[in-house]
Structures are given as C-alpha cells and as structure tokens.
Design a protein around this ligand. Structure first.
Ligand SMILES: Nc1ncnc2c1ncn2[C@@H]1O[C@H](COP(=O)(O)OP(=O)(O)O)[C@@H](O)[C@H]1O
Ligand SMILES: [Mg+2]
Length: 261
C-alpha cells in the first residue's frame, strides 16, 4: 500500500511517497523537494507528479494523500490535511523514536515541539511565524548583504574563532548593521559567526520557555546549515539528531500518518 505526504512551506514544498510492507514497516519510494513560489496549486501538483514519476507509480496507486504546512488547505488532490506540528512530530519520531524535543527552522518560521515520552505525541509547542529573525529568511537576507553563499556559512563558522556581536534582532536593522560593519572593514567571517549565534539565541529563547529535554532533533532546511548546528550544539551543550533529509520531515510525517488511515 502506498501513501503520500505533501508539505507546503513558505519557501519549499516537499512530497514523499511511502510503501507499507506486510509487517507494517514502510519504505521510502521517492521524495522531491521544490520551491513553493507564488502559485501553491501549480507547485504542489508539479512536485507531487515528480514524486510519482520517481516512484514509478500512478496517482491511482496511492491510497491516501495528506497535506501539511502553511499551504495545506490549498492542495485540492489531498484526501486530508493535518497541522505541521502533528506531522513534524510523526516524521521525526519515525526516524528517532526517543526524541523529546524537536526544533524546526524553516524558511519563514521556526518552532519548538515537546514530545510526551509515554504517548509519543506533541504535548506543547511554540511557533514563531511573526518575525523573520530566527528563521531561514534572516540568514538568506544576511548572506545576500555579505555576498557569501549560504552554503558556505558552516565552513566559515568552524574556521573562525572570534565573533562580532550583532546587536539588532530585527532583520531589517541587522541588515543595516552588517552593511555598516562591512563598510568599516570588519572581517566577514566574524560577522557570519555572530549572525549564526544570534539565530541560535532566538531559538534558545523559545526552548527555554518550554524547557529542554534530551534527545533533541533539529529539522527544516536550516538544519542543512552546519554553522547553525554548531552554534546550537555549543550553546545547548547537546548533540542534535538530524534526520537523513531534514527538509522532508513534515512530508514524511504526513505520509506516515496517511498509512494509518
Ligand atoms: N544547503 C543549505 N545550506 C544552508 N541553508 C539551507 C540549505 N538548504 C536550505 N537552507 C535553508 O533552509 C531554508 C528553507 O527551509 P525549509 O524548511 O525548506 O522552509 P519551509 O518552511 O518553506 O519548509 C532557507 O531559507 C535556507 O535558509
Ligand atoms: Mg518545506
């Protein structure tokens, strides 16, 4: 039996197709990551069709399709939609069954979810979708201002010893602060390091309101930024568990829940 999960985020959309075997275990047949853009309907259809092609199956072969993420209500071909908190938790727990705290840093939001150790369900969460600071968007704006590829932030973090404190928390003010620092000839590596710590601080302020319980998993596209991983691990003094493809965890959870319907 096949299922599909589709996660419509503000920056990226992911589709994943799972196949359940006779022992109730599942295999991943295919997954696709694409950009959401301004047309959710077209993006979700294209990404779903790509996932079908990769899995070499037809839409009719899929029993249940579940949509999640901020655009979940606009996926006309889905049988059901479920909130991203439930889907993220289900996705992470299918990879790391003992996780108690999930940090998800996406394109325009970040969230922290606490998992109940007995029921394995979310018991509490905090979400920041009002302010770009502490999200992927903040890092994208700063990478552009610095004229450095976001993919290089990790290497720079680990190769730079000192940081420059970034005092502005607002994205717009932080961008001006960085432009001014560059103008004063400050080493860009130190600025990158300061920025990564400042994003980590925003996330930690959410975690401290919920209380940190280990093991902790980090998901979302920003989990691919090894600089953020380094800054968070250093400040939280714990190793973060990162799934095989941290961007598809929401879709994975949606598809895993679809297998149970
Ligand atoms: N290879 C990468 N290196 C560094 N950062 C990345 C990489 N891929 C994605 N990102 C970050 O992930 C963010 C998108 O996260 P994602 O979880 O896909 O967002 P959404 O909330 O739309 O699902 C981007 O803003 C970017 O900061
Ligand atoms: Mg996404």
């Amino acid at each position: 039996m096949y299922s599909c999960g589709i996660d419509i985020g503000s920056v990226s959309t992911e589709a994943i197709i799972l196949k359940k075997d006779d022992n109730d275990n599942f295999d991943i047949c295919s997954y696709v990551i694409g950009r959401t853009g301004s047309d959710i309907k077209t993006a979700s259809e294209n990404i779903f069709n790509d996932a079908l092609l990769k899995a070499k199956i037809k839409k009719e072969d899929i029993k249940t399709i579940i949509a999640t993420g901020y655009g979940r209500k606009n996926v006309s071909f889905a049988n059901k939609n479920i909130t991203e908190i439930t889907c993220h938790a289900s996705g992470v727990l299918s990879v790391f069954p003992d996780v108690k705290t999930i940090i998800d840093i996406g394109g325009q939001d970040s969230k922290v979810i606490k998992i109940d150790k007995l029921t394995k369900k979310p018991i509490d969460f905090l979400m920041n979708d009002k302010c770009a600071a502490g999200t992927g968007r903040f890092l994208e704006v700063m990478a552009k201002a610095l004229d450095i590829e976001l993919e290089n932030f990790g290497k720079i973090f680990f190769n730079t010893n000192e940081k420059i404190e970034i005092t502005s928390t607002c994205t717009v003010f932080a961008e001006s602060e960085i432009v001014s620092l560059i103008g004063h000839g400050v080493d860009k590596g130190k600025i990158v390091k300061g920025l990564l710590y400042s994003v980590a601080d925003r996330i930690i302020s959410m975690i401290s309101r919920l209380g940190l319980e280990e093991p902790v998993s980090l998901t979302g596209g920003v989990a691919k930024n090894s600089g953020i991983v380094g800054a968070l691990e250093e400040k939280l003094k714990t190793k973060l568990l990162i799934p095989f493809e941290p961007q598809v965890t929401g879709a994975l959870g949606a598809a895993a829940l679809a297998l149970k319907i």
